[in-house]
Design a binder for this molecule. Sequence first.
Ligand code: XMP
Length: 535
Amino acid sequence: MITDEEKVIVIDFGGQYNQLVARRVRECNVYCEIYSYKTPIEKIREMAPKGIILTGGPNSCYEEGAPTAPAELFDMGIPVLGLCYGAQLMQHVLGGRVERATVREYGKTEVLVNTKSPLFNGVSDVRPGTDHVSSDEALTVCWMSHFDYISKTAPGFEIIAHTKDCPVAAAQDTSRNLYAIQFHPEVLHTVDGKKMLFNFVRNICGCAGNWRMDSFVKQTIRQVREHVGTGRVLLALSGGVDSSVLAALLSRAVGRQLTCVFVDHGLLRKNEGDEVEEVFGKDGAFDLNFIRINAAKRFYEKLAGISEPEHKRKIIGEEFIRIFEEESKKIGSVDFLAQGTIYPDVVESGLGGESAVIKSHHNVGGLPDYVDFKEIIEPLRNLFKDEVRKVGLELGIPEKIVFRQPFPGPGLGIRIIGEVTAEKVHIVQEADAIFREEIKAAADVEGGNPSWMPDQYFAALTNMQSVGVMGDERTYDHAVVLRAVRTVDFMTAEAAPIPWDVLQKVMSRIVGEVRGVNRVLFDLSSKPASTIEME
Ligand code: XMP
């Protein structure tokens, strides 16, 4: 549905930061899409991108069968920026040499860059008082992660950056607009990475930067209206950010032609079902038909005796679909089924780039088989999460929903290790509400966003009961685990350093207020090796 003409293409060689590259480009107000390195060159030519970025990847470009790119790619008159593997590949294909280094460069690394290069224009020197340095050079800090290195640049290239161990940290051929960078400008540890990407897409590629969410909203509302006409639209609303933003967008486009079915599976956080109803129900601000199904009992029955995580996910997904189907039968035939698919879903399901999926993140068990509809519409399909949030704000959705933490589709079902029961759900809901309340209160005292603020935090229930003491009584109760992580992309994460006094307050409130809990644990693990959720 996007007709934006100005586009940059990210060609994915399987690197872990591929989505980050695309996100950073969009932060420069330039629309961009990710494609596999297997995409035929004719297709790329047809798309007529304003620029091409080659991502990192796990291979060695000189090895037999390694992912490659045709020399033609660098010869189309379109600026190309190669990052890490992409940089090595560019040099390799164009006649340079790439070899295995004796030492791996990994982590934050000091890089000396030539600020006369259009790519490094405006990069600042990190050293205090830099008078002794020629003004054409700046020492900056970049994120490195490579074993192979470029030992000789391809003909026509000049070196524009180096490190202590890496003779070619960046190279350019300005006559062909080709740029190769060994480090990762997309990673936030690269101090001036954003500036470098901005230089590439806005200055070198000449993009005007017209990708903005307010125009996306207007354009999409108009397109949906035209496409849907007088048709009816059905949406499974979960109350999460994506489906809520979609509901609001569709409501603005087609009003009461939209029906939202909200299945409350009884695995939501405390009071969440009512909060969703407040916003989208009959007393809410949006014009649409809202149907709420309270199905907790049905889900608990289906989950009885089941403890294997993927099995629980599957049951929850399938039951969700069955209920949605039953409801839609009552509604009768509709023309369109709307889905809150967003760009990371597209990329992670293998349709966009090259990345592997580690855990299946499908919230529902596929598409409903028995819903009578003619066509699927996915108006948010090309947006990253932060863009979806901006759209939500444009549409007037309360911040509480727009900035909601990620919450898994199977809900508390995967935050209760082992079998799910109504009693355990109640315990997790109460403990989680206390944890969130206290984190918010402590954060507010420090201005709302303290340095320890986690990006995702929740309480979960271990599958363990242990001995405790309450008054003079021996207890044998549950152990709640608190999880709080700091993460940029949810692919890697570290435990957030929550102040001790906050944790202690949470612990004493949970043990004091939630019946059936006599122990509170704090999960220190990073991802990897752990995941963020318990299951
Ligand atoms: P993990 O546990 O894989 O979580 O480290 C990474 C992020 O994904 C969320 N998550 C899910 N989201 N359905 C979802 O919609 C799921 O089955 C699911 N599992 C994990 C998790 O909350 C975290 O933000």
